[in-house]
Design a binder for this molecule. Structure first.
Ligand SMILES: [Zn+2]
Length: 650
């Protein structure tokens, strides 16, 4: 892995080889024409090295890729009272919304997401792969969100519902700096079978309920798109405002409830014994059982009395809230060495793996806190239920039936990783899923080693085949991708891209500083792709246009190849010609083996490809060359590795 010192050596090496032993076969203008001949859809004046065509910087988003002096974002606070009625499979809520208009614009309406409307038979989501998978829920949920009140100060407000969106008309325009309060009451049925984000799982001791994307939430109004009104189609997750929440959940007395937020009334909802155990869990990193598998079936593991109980939570500066409720929950807890209360709630019959969940979550949170930024919330809870893997602030849903340690750690570290991207760096998951899924896939690489110490991460060289996806760059809206493309582009290709940038292009120290700078600049704010590209170049101090264009903005492929080896003549050494056959470029790293078995390694910075697609390297030694191997360590994702190796006699 290159350090800064090695990179400096590369730079002096290229000056040396450009001056003395590399023959540029064409001028830059020629390179542009060559590229155009191979890629006729591209502008001949735009090479892979050209400056990126980004939106002009302004006082909101600067040229350095940071929030500007006039940066603003809206804030939306909620007080939600919700009731779970398991027999009717009904969720019934009312919310008081306080909308803070921090924008410089006057607003005459609010857009509000009603995401349960994706279950309606006439939802446009049913036409998409993601939505169709969701909507296989049963017909009892087909009415979507049932609104019973949309009002201000007791006076009904005019509104229109279009699919998963509602437009609420403001009686008078909302001035910059002003706030608006309104009340919404709604309910919806939870389908018997639902496959994404939320739903129910039967266990031997009762049903586990997971609730997410479940309440009317005001859409984002921002400086880039105005109102963000992309509908909920199932694949694109969510882009929401920060806000402070009071969340009061009323559930049957025999249920344990966990949620985004800090529990405000533990003495109302836990037994004395559980309170003592919880106090102990606050003092130790060792997992403490709060309610064991055996205790789940004992009536005295819930407070005595009649009727439902209300669990009161508060969450500050979160972009949504989610929760789970069940009579079947085993609950355990511990505290990370950074002071975060970590809990796991799961079914007794899956204890074999799930009893490790709290320790897993501690490890993952501590690793990300050390590498990126401290985990910003006081609590984190892992829930084992029907959802295979989904993230919300302070609470994650991981497959409740997980049977392998690899499987459970993999999903746990991924979902809690989302508390950095996008819960803390609030990107638009519907337009730019790569900025949360891919960044998270990248940080998961290092987190996996935290738990499985012998784990050796895959090298980016293995992923050359992933580039063979013509016409689909990473920067594609998630809902326009099928499941395979989503996984390949938004998760893997983006994750590998950042790994390449760290391990091959910048080196760990230089990359880590730049990546942390991006997190620091944008935590609790909303960056756009251009802000990420600019911030990384600004803090790394390197022109990365070629990398971002080739890897993220275009569908470019990479193919470095040994073209020819002319053996030594007289007192001249061998001449090795290496070509770059596709549009993507990467630094060149090759190894030459001479007939006496000696080996020399050559590293050439990426800039050499700005001059020509072909470089000729003259050997100083007059020994015969028997082997040339490009990228012998397998670090570069090359689409055809067979032409990376040349051996005498080929
Ligand atoms: Zn994810």
């Amino acid at each position: 892995m290159p350090s800064i010192a090695v990179l400096r050596q590369w730079r002096s090496a290229v000056l040396f080889c450009l001056g003395l032993s590399v023959v540029a076969a064409a001028l830059p203008a020629q390179r542009g024409r060559d590229e155009y001949a191979r890629h006729p859809g591209q502008r001949p004046d735009v090479t892979i090295f050209s400056e990126l065509d980004l939106p002009a910087p302004n006082r909101t988003r600067t040229g350095a890729g940071a929030p500007g002096p006039d940066y603003w974002q809206q804030q939306v606070d909620y007080r939600i009272d919700v009731e779970l009625l398991p027999d009717e499979r009904l969720v019934r809520g009312k919310e008081h919304v306080v909308y803070h208009n921090n924008s410089p614009e006057r607003l005459t309406y609010l857009w509000v997401h009603l995401e349960q409307n994706i279950l309606r038979k006439d939802s446009i989501g049913t036409l998409t792969e993601g939505g169709a998978a969701m909507a296989q829920g049963e017909s009892d949920a087909s009415e979507g969100v049932m609104l019973s009140d949309v009002s201000h100060d007791g006076k009904a407000l005019e509104y229109q519902v279009y699919d998963t969106l509602m437009r609420v008309h403001l009686p008078t325009p909302l001035a910059p700096g002003a706030r608006y309060e309104c009340d919404i009451a709604w309910s919806f049925h939870v389908p018997q079978r639902v496959f994404r984000r939320y739903g129910t799982m039967e266990t031997k001791n009762g049903v586990i309920w997971e609730l997410a994307q479940w309440f009317p939430a005001v859409a984002v109004f921002d400086d880039v798109h105005g109102w963000n009104t992309l509908p909920y189609l199932g694949t694109g997750e969510f882009y929401t405002n920060y806000g402070d929440y009071e969340l009061n959940i009323t559930a049957p007395r025999d249920h344990i409830v966990v949620a985004s937020g800090v529990l405000q009334n533990p003495t109302d909802v836990f037994t004395d014994q559980q309170l003592t155990r919880l106090a102990k869990a606050r003092q130790t990193r060792q997992t403490v059982m709060i309610r064991s598998g055996e205790e789940v079936t004992q009536a005295d593991s819930r407070p005595a009395g009649q009727g439902p109980l209300t669990w009161r939570f508060k969450a500050e500066q979160v972009r949504t809230v989610a929760w789970a409720s069940s009579p079947a929950f085993v609950l355990d807890a511990a505290t990370t060495n950074t002071g975060v209360l970590v809990q796991s709630a799961y079914a007794a019959e899956y204890s074999a793996q799930w009893s490790k969940s709290t320790a897993m979550l501690c490890t993952a949170i501590e690793g990300y806190s050390r590498r990126l930024w401290p985990y910003p919330y006081p609590v984190a809870t892992n829930v084992g239920g029907v959802e295979g893997g989904m993230e919300y602030p302070m609470i994650i849903f991981c497959s409740g039936r997980s049977r392998s340690e690899q499987g459970l750690y993999g999903v746990t570290t991924h979902e809690i990783g989302h508390n950095w991207f996008p819960m803390m760096v609030n990107t638009d998951e519907r337009r730019h899923a790569w900025m949360d899924e891919g960044f998270n896939t990248f940080i998961n690489i290092y987190s996996t080693v935290d738990w499985f110490e012998d784990h050796v991460p895959g090298k980016p060289g293995r992923f050359g085949g992933m580039l063979k996806m013509p016409g689909v760059p990473i920067v594609t809206n998630a809902d326009r991708l099928n499941g395979m493309q989503l996984g390949m582009l938004q998760y893997e290709k983006t994750g590998v891209g950042l790994q390449l940038l760290r391990e091959v292009v910048l080196g760990p120290e230089r990359f880590d500083f730049a990546f942390r700078t991006y997190v620091e600049r944008w935590r609790f704010k909303s960056p756009q792709p251009a802000d990420f590209f600019r911030s990384m170049e600004d803090a790394a101090g390197m022109d990365l246009a070629w990398f971002f264009r080739g890897w993220f903005l275009e569908d470019a492929m990479l193919d470095q190849a040994v073209d020819s080896v002319r053996q030594p003549t007289g007192n001249r050494g061998a001449r090795i010609t290496i070509v770059n056959k596709e549009r993507m470029v990467m630094p060149l790293d090759f190894e030459v083996t001479f007939e006496d078995g000696t080996i020399e390694r050559f590293k050439v910075p990426v800039e050499v490809w700005a001059q020509s697609d072909r470089i000729v390297r003259a050997m100083e030694s007059t020994k015969k060359v028997v082997k040339v191997h490009i990228d012998p360590d397998g670090m570069i994702p090359d689409v055809s590795r067979d032409n990376n190796l040349w051996e005498a006699g080929d």
